[in-house]
Design a binder for this molecule. Structure first.
Ligand code: GLU
Length: 433
C-alpha cells in the first residue's frame, strides 16, 4: 500500500483509538508487524489487516426491574470479510471497549483463516457486569443489543457466538430476536445455541477440547508426557475448566487454578470430580476445600509443566513472563500474552501455542453447527470430535512446518499461514471500485 499522504486525509493509523503497546489492539498491531517479512508480495496489502472493515457502536437502553432506565454501550466489529461472513463471539464484561472488540475481531480473522474456515473475523461486546443484572434484565439487554446490531448480522453476513460471560441461553435469545425481526426462524444467525434450537453436540466443550488437542501435539513434540504433567489453569470457565478435565483424563495433575474468586493450589492435583461441581455451585474456585488458597500474584510462580491462560487479555506481562516455570503455554484466552512477554518466553525456551490456533476449537465446532443448521442434518458427538481433532492437528502441523522453515515462533507462523490466506483472498477479489 502507499504511505499516507499528508494532505488528503488518508491515515496510516486510526484516529479513533490510541492503543498502547500492551493494549489488545496494540498487541495485535505488533503481531501483524512481525509477520510482514514472511508475506512476500502480499505484504503490500498489510494495511488492510490494521483497520477493521466496519465497526458499529450501539446504545442499549433497558428498563431495569426497579423501573429506572439504564444505558449500556454495545459494539459489533467486522474486522475482515475477505474469506466469508464475519464470525466471532459476543462478550459481556465491564471492561469491554471498542478497542478491545477491534482486537478480538482481528484475532477472529486470523483464527478462522488459521484453521481454514470460510469466515472472516468479527466480535461483539457490551460494557456491562452481567452478574449485577437479573435474568429478565439480561434478556432485555441481549434482545435490544441483538436488535441494534441486526442491521449488520445474519446467517450469511456475520454470525455471533458465545464468549466471556455469554452462553447458550443468550444465543437462544439472540436467535429468537433476530428471527422475530426478520419474520422467519433463522437458526444459522448464531452458533453455540442450545441443542434443540439447532445447536451442535460438542460445542460447549469444543474450545477446551481444542486447547487439549493442540497441547497434546505440542507436548509430544517437546517430549513431555501428559501422564503426570503438572498443569496450572487461569480461568476455570468454559474453556479452562473443559481443558483441565481433558488433561486430568490424560493423567495430568491440575496443580493450580485461578479465577476472579481466588487462586488455589494442590501439589498432588485437584480431584476434578469435586472441583468442577464446586465451581458450578459456587461460581468460582475460591474456597475450594480440596486445595490451599494462595495470593493471586503467586499463581505465576507455581511450579508446573503446562500453563493455560484461559481468562482475559494481557495477563502474561513481561514481568510475569520472567517468572513462569512452565515449558509449555497454551493460550485458551484471546490475547493473554503481550509482545514483550512473547519475546521473553521465546528467549527462555518456553513454547507458546498461540490463541489464534490453540483456542480455535470453539469456532471450528461453531462452523460445524452452522453447516448442520443449513443442511438440517445433525452429526453425532463422536463425528464432531473426530473432525475437530483432525482439523486442529492438521492446522498445527502446517503452522509448525512454517515455524521450522523460517525459524519463527508459532505465533508468527500462525499469522503467516493465516494472513497469506486472507490476503490472497483480498487480492483475488480486488479493490472495489
Ligand atoms: N468466542 C470464541 C472465540 O473467541 C468462539 C467464536 C465463535 O464460535 O464464533 O474463538
Amino acid at each position: 500500500m502507499t504511505a499516507a499522504h499528508p494532505h488528503n486525509g488518508a491515515q496510516s493509523s486510526l484516529s479513533y483509538v490510541s492503543p498502547s503497546p500492551t493494549s489488545p489492539w496494540g498487541t495485535y498491531l505488533s503481531q501483524v508487524d512481525r509477520v510482514v517479512p514472511y508475506l512476500g508480495p502480499l505484504a503490500k496489502w498489510t494495511e488492510t489487516l490494521k483497520r477493521p472493515k466496519r465497526a458499529l457502536i450501539v446504545d442499549v437502553p433497558i428498563e431495569m426491574d426497579d423501573g429506572s432506565v439504564q444505558h449500556f454501550e454495545g459494539f459489533r466489529v467486522q474486522h475482515n470479510l475477505s474469506r466469508g461472513p464475519g464470525k466471532g463471539g459476543v462478550r459481556y464484561h465491564p471492561d469491554v471497549t471498542l478497542e478491545e472488540v477491534m482486537a478480538l475481531s482481528a484475532w477472529m480473522t486470523v483464527k478462522c483463516a488459521a484453521v481454514n474456515l470460510p469466515y472472516g473475523g468479527a466480535k461483539g461486546g457490551i460494557r456491562v457486569d452481567p452478574k449485577q443484572l437479573s435474568l429478565k434484565e439480561l434478556e432485555k439487554l441481549t434482545r435490544r443489543y441483538t436488535s441494534e446490531i441486526g442491521i449488520i448480522i445474519g446467517p450469511q453476513r456475520d454470525i455471533p457466538a458465545p464468549d466471556v460471560n455469554t452462553n447458550g441461553q443468550i444465543m437462544a435469545w439472540m436467535m429468537d430476536t433476530y428471527s422475530m425481526n426478520t419474520g422467519a426462524t433463522a437458526t444459522g444467525v448464531v452458533t453455540g445455541k442450545p441443542i434443540h434450537l439447532g445447536g451442535s453436540l460438542g460445542r460447549v466443550k469444543a474450545t477446551g477440547r481444542g486447547v487439549f488437542v493442540t497441547g497434546r501435539e505440542a507436548a509430544r513434540r517437546l517430549g513431555l508426557k501428559l501422564d503426570g504433567a503438572r498443569v496450572a489453569v487461569q480461568g476455570f470457565g468454559n474453556v479452562g475448566g473443559s481443558a483441565a478435565e481433558l488433561f486430568a483424563q490424560a493423567g495430568s495433575k491440575i496443580v493450580a487454578a485461578q479465577d476472579h474468586t481466588g487462586t488455589i493450589v494442590n501439589k498432588n492435583g485437584f480431584d476434578l470430580a469435586e472441583l468442577v461441581p464446586y465451581v458450578k455451585a459456587n461460581g468460582g474456585v475460591g474456597g475450594f476445600p480440596g486445595g490451599d488458597a494462595i495470593d493471586n500474584e503467586s499463581f505465576w510462580d507455581v511450579d508446573c509443566d503446562i500453563l493455560i491462560p484461559a481468562a482475559l487479555e494481557g495477563q502474561i506481562s513481561a514481568a510475569r513472563a520472567n517468572r513462569i516455570k512452565a515449558k509449555l503455554v497454551l493460550e485458551g484466552a484471546n490475547g493473554p500474552t503481550v509482545p514483550e512477554a512473547d519475546d521473553i518466553l521465546a528467549g527462555r525456551g518456553v513454547l507458546v501455542v498461540p490463541d489464534v490456533i490453540c483456542n480455535a476449537g470453539g469456532v471450528t465446532v461453531s462452523y460445524f453447527e452452522w453447516v448442520q443448521d443449513f443442511s438440517s442434518f445433525f452429526w453425532t458427538e463422536d463425528e464432531i470430535n473426530v473432525r475437530l481433532d483432525k482439523i486442529m492437528v492438521d492446522a498445527l502441523k502446517k503452522i509448525w512446518d512454517t515455524a521450522d522453515r523460517h525459524k519463527i515462533t508459532l505465533r508468527t507462523a500462525t499469522f503467516a499461514v493465516a494472513c497469506e490466506r486472507i490476503l490472497i483472498a483480498r487480492e483475488e477479489r480486488g479493490l472495489y471500485p
